[in-house]
Write a protein that binds this ligand. Structure first.
Ligand code: PRP
Ligand code: URA
Length: 206
């Protein structure tokens, strides 16, 4: 199950982040901005609890987030979305998943993970700009479920039908939120039209 957040403000920002002439400083800013829009939607069903607040005028019953949120960036490109989601939910915990996609086989290779203890009422939010073949996301979901995670949401900037189908068939209970479902994967398993190599564009490594 997936949701594409199809809003003019996101489409405008996507047109700039996709542009190959956009440098790494602007790319990072746009990744943060688009993440905030997509996460705003992805977090709409988190649990809240009523709290009594005294305003300068009167008592008010307000609502605060009650879920224990754990954001899990897939290293390295997932770090490019961390600022954006933490601006929305600054008290979230952060777990890390170290994976890279082998350039030859296109299979994910795990090199690190560090996750907070599982608690009741927890929601894990996996962030990675690119959900391409879906291999890295599925490997992360496998690790999270083995760790005990019950409720998981995936947020990406750009994906494609092939990657969504893989996540759906392996983890049908996990919803994916994205700014764009692009057309297809090319022969190098890059998303078309996509953003190119998100890690390299974020960090100026190529
Ligand atoms: C990219 C991207 C995803 C993965 C997507 O990471 O950030 O993690 O590829 O591809 P997939 O859906 O086919 O698995 P990459 O392996 O380039 O590592 P990096 O973030 O360290 O640059
Ligand atoms: N990884 C990226 O960074 N971009 C793609 O299009 C596919 C995998």
């Amino acid at each position: 199950m997936h949701t594409e957040i199809n809003h003019p403000c996101i489409q405008h920002k996507l047109s700039i982040i996709r542009d190959q002439t956009t440098g790494h400083k602007r790319f990072r800013e746009l990744a943060t901005e688009i993440t905030m829009f997509v996460c705003y939607e992805a977090l709409k069903n988190v649990q809240t609890e009523a709290v009594e607040i005294q305003t300068p005028v009167a008592k008010a019953t307000c609502h605060q987030i009650a879920s224990d949120l754990v954001v899990v960036p897939i290293l390295r490109a997932g770090m490019g979305m961390l600022d954006g989601i933490l601006r929305l939910v600054p008290t979230a915990r952060v777990g890390f998943m170290g994976l890279y996609r082998d350039e030859e086989t296109k299979q994910p290779v795990e090199y690190y993970n560090k996750l907070p203890e599982v608690t009741d009422n927890q929601i894990h939010i996996v962030i990675d700009p690119m959900l391409a073949t879906g291999g890295s996301t599925v490997a992360t979901l496998d690790v999270l479920k083995k760790h005990g995670a019950k409720r998981i949401v995936v947020v990406c900037l750009v994906t494609c039908p092939e990657g969504l189908a893989k996540v759906d068939s392996s983890h049908p209970d996990v919803p994916v939120y994205t700014a764009s479902v692009d057309d297809h994967l090319d022969e190098r398993k890059y998303i078309v039209p996509g953003l190119g190599d998100a890690g390299d564009r974020l960090y100026g490594t190529r």
